[in-house]
Ligand binder design. Structure first.
Ligand code: HXC
Length: 515
């Protein structure tokens, strides 16, 4: 009898706690197209796998009448669960409870689940929907953020950390997502900024809406803070599930292999993707799809710095990370943003044992005052650093242009690629034929009776001599020139051969990448 009563009491307490901020606050949340924190967790996880922690945690604040307020779960839901059979730790801020604001106990719940993820060496997913530091709790809120940032940094490169922005994420709170590996945003729902529109207006007089300042599209297209953009929360959860399928649980594991499926070669004909005119653009993602299992490619940061393409796919069942110049956008040049994008992804793959496949077709680094003054030297160096530092298998396919610094940066042999091959369409040279002829034959062209005719002749000569893969192949800088139709076969072999690659980097505490 006593047990029965106690169990009923437990159930009553649980029912109360899971109501969060109550019906009115929940309806406000729904009216703007948002799910509640618990609904989000239950939608994302495999059915019946969520185990909640700390449901009965209460806030500990006293000032500003806080001692008279009850905040169920202190505004955050935490626990463990499974996604497609993969174990994960998760937290979701509950905006219906004091705007999901972060106080001492709220932070302690997050920190506990982060520590748990690190102990178990499984991925951590954080769903952010919060008004930021709980104003009434003062320095305790700030301390909470500090503890979270420290753990984000310690966990970096050890377990995958995924941030999902499903509401406001304002002020210093943005730095937790910024320290994690992948940030997911949803149109009209996600809002991230350091200082909001009101503060901006008051301090420097600029007027801007929250959406235009830090909405999902802004962070996907302009700032590069977000890695995945979705139209709805459901689409966002589907993207997370896809990503979890490609990555390993921690840095000591490899991603789960999937059953091998051959590419859809009827849709993606590798021999005909590259146009005969070397200046005509094409979509490098078609090359990727023509090589990988089931032609499935999970692109990351699709809307930002699209002159480079990054993402995951599988080759013969195993995850690989692709880095590819995109000739459709700015001819695939490296610039400040595309260098940042590529370098970070290379480091991710290297941290988590994911082999890198690089597809090269670029005229070099983007020239211009804007790029120089934006620090293209420092940012461009990140690509060199990331490739040189990476010890996972590194395979490179030169599709067409590989000019100048771009040739070196895109995982050349000189940065210790394990295997570099080129298609017969490859052109490996210091620069393009037009530019080269104009410089080295300047006097001959200037003094000729018919300068245009001589220029054309010299460009032709240069093309014949250098615009091919055979000069590089003659020096052994390219290991093989291959028939494009053989690319998948060649990569499968190279991945097999490099499977047990082990490189011991020189002893040091850490290097100094050009941050
Ligand atoms: C305490 C907060 C809160 C906060 C919201 N609430 N933010 N309570 N601390 N930071 C409460 C509100 O008082 C309200 O309580 C409930 O949450 C819902 O908030 P609304 O304002 O009604 O919601 P909405 O209109 O949707 O506006 C959402 C919002 C706004 C844009 C996020 O609440 C807002 O501007 N909040 C303050 C944002 C901010 O400046 N945070 C501090 C950032 S500094 P009731 O009881 O009325 O329902 C920071 C420093 C961290 O975070 C530094 C780390 C390094």
């Amino acid at each position: 009898m006593v047990l029965k009563q106690k169990t009923l009491d437990l159930k009553r307490r649980m029912r109360h706690a899971v109501q969060g901020g109550g019906e009115k606050a929940i309806q406000k949340q729904k009216a703007i197209g948002k799910l509640t924190a618990r609904e989000r967790i239950l939608t994302l996880l495999d059915p019946n796998t969520f185990h909640e922690y700390d449901l009965f945690v209460e806030h500990a604040a006293k000032d500003f009448d806080m001692d008279k307020k009850q905040l169920p779960g202190d505004g955050v839901v935490t626990g463990t669960g499974m996604i497609s059979g993969h174990p994960i730790c998760i937290y979701a801020q509950d905006f219906t409870v004091a705007g999901g604001s972060l106080g001492l106990m709220h932070a302690k719940k997050i920190v506990k689940i982060m520590d748990h993820a690190m102990r178990l060496k499984i991925p951590l997913i954080g769903i952010n929907d919060s008004g930021g530091a709980r104003i009434q709790e003062g320095v305790n809120s700030l301390a909470g953020y500090g503890e979270i940032f420290y753990r984000n940094t310690q966990a970096s490169g050890v377990i995958p950390q995924i941030s999902v922005i499903l509401g406001p994420c304002a002020g210093g709170a943005v730095y937790s997502p910024a320290l994690t590996d992948f940030v997911f945003v949803v149109d009209k729902i996600s809002k991230m900024f350091i200082t909001g529109p009101e503060v901006i207006k008051a301090t420097i007089g600029e007027e801007i809406s929250m959406e235009d300042l830090g909405g999902a599209r802004v962070h996907s297209e302009i700032t590069g803070n977000a890695h995945f953009y979705a139209e709805s929360e459901q689409q966002c959860f589907d993207q997370i599930k896809q990503l979890i399928g490609y990555i390993p649980w921690n840095n000591a594991k490899k991603a789960d292999p999937f059953p091998k499926k051959t590419p859809k070669t009827r849709l993606y004909k590798i021999d005909t993707i590259i146009p005969t005119d070397p200046k005509t653009p094409y979509d490098v993602r078609d090359v990727i799809r023509s090589i990988v299992d089931d032609s499935e490619f999970l692109e990351i940061m699709e809307l930002f710095a699209s002159n480079i393409v990054i993402g995951f796919a599988r080759i013969k069942g195993d995850t690989v990370g692709f880095v590819a110049n995109q000739p459709m956008v700015l001819a695939g040049v490296l610039d400040v943003d595309s260098s940042d994008k590529a370098a970070r992804f290379i480091r991710y793959c290297d941290s988590f044992n994911i082999p890198l496949v690089t597809l090269v077709d670029l005229p070099g680094y983007l020239p211009g005052v804007d790029q120089e003054h934006s620090g293209v030297i420092r940012h461009g160096a990140k690509v060199l650093y990331a490739y040189s530092e990476a010890t996972v298998p590194k395979l490179t396919v030169i599709l067409r242009k590989a000019y100048g610094g771009g040739y070196i940066a895109m995982c050349s042999h000189h940065l210790k690629a394990d295997f570099v091959c080129a298609w017969p369409t490859a052109e490996i040279a210091v620069m393009g034929p037009e530019g080269a002829a104009n410089i080295i034959f300047r006097n001959e062209i200037k003094n000729a009776e018919n300068p245009d005719e001589v220029r054309k002749q010299k460009i032709k000569e240069y093309k014949q001599k250098f615009a091919n893969p055979y000069v590089a192949a003659a020096y052994g800088y390219v290991d093989a020139v291959i028939d494009p139709a053989e690319t998948r076969k060649v990569l499968i072999h190279a991945l097999e051969i490099t499977k047990h690659k082990h490189v011991k980097p020189p002893a040091k505490k850490h290097g100094l990448p050009p941050f």
